[in-house]
Write a protein that binds this ligand. Structure first.
Ligand SMILES: [Zn+2]
Ligand SMILES: [Zn+2]
Length: 237
């Protein structure tokens, strides 16, 4: 599996919004800066077949109108499947109207919105489970050939998520800051990784105000295998 961190940042920081591309075809979250990151890589947008939106905060889905438009300008014909929590179709339709006065049918390729259920099977097996965030947010696990990667979106993991994540090769967890009710933190993510028996933990969506180095040093005492990926870095396993 190849995991490309297009963005690793929080909503308002210097880094690009957190967005991850798995195997060059599964896009996890599409914030305001996601298209720009793909363009920096001269990435062929036709290769993206699935977009997963963890929740409806702007740093996770406001990039969809630009992505759709760029696909249209590159004459995309292949379908694009979008998986979202409940209400996704309305959120995305409203956003398109506001952004470019467009509808889902205006881009020259088919956009299929799936408001998710558990265990959807593509070439990959997807599982979803809730996070505790200020609005509904779902974590996703993606499994193929016995390898599993999990991305939390925003929030604090629920019991169900700890179970779903179990045995992931890579857990990509948000780690915003200590002391929030609706966000995880570097130490919280380390405890989550230990509890769910993952191989490696990648921390994303960290607050621009957090002292990353100091906290990660502390967190490695809880769970040693932690990385803090940079924008546009890649992990393969
Ligand atoms: Zn966010
Ligand atoms: Zn959020």
């Amino acid at each position: 599996m190849k995991v490309l961190f297009l963005g690793t940042g929080e909503a308002f920081g210097e880094r690009a919004n957190t967005s991850i591309l798995v195997d060059n075809r599964l896009l996890l979250d599409c914030g305001l800066t996601t298209l720009q990151q793909l363009m920096k890589l001269k990435f062929d947008l036709h290769r993206i077949s699935v977009v997963y939106i963890s929740h409806f905060h702007a740093d996770h889905y406001f990039g969809l109108p630009s992505l759709f438009y760029a696909c249209k300008e590159e004459s995309r014909k292949n379908d694009l499947d979008i998986y979202t929590p409940k209400g996704g179709e309305d959120y995305i339709k409203n956003l398109l109207r506001l952004a470019y006065r467009k509808t889902l049918g205006d881009f020259g390729f088919k956009i299929n919105i799936h408001e998710i259920e558990d265990g959807v099977t593509d070439e990959y097996e997807f599982s979803f489970s809730p996070m505790r965030h200020s609005i509904p947010c779902m974590a996703i696990s993606i499994e193929k050939d016995g390898k599993k990667v999990t991305y939390t979106g925003d929030g604090i993991p629920t019991k169900k998520t700890v179970e779903m994540v179990r045995n992931s090769k890579l857990l990509i967890s948000e780690a915003y800051m200590e002391g929030f009710d609706t966000h995880s933190s570097i130490l919280e993510a380390a405890r989550f990784a230990r509890e769910s028996d993952v191989e490696r933990l990648a921390l994303v969506h960290i607050s621009r105000k957090e002292d990353i180095e100091e906290r990660v040093k502390e967190a490695r005492k809880i769970f040693p295998s932690i990385i803090v990926p940079e924008d546009l870095s890649v992990i393969t396993f």
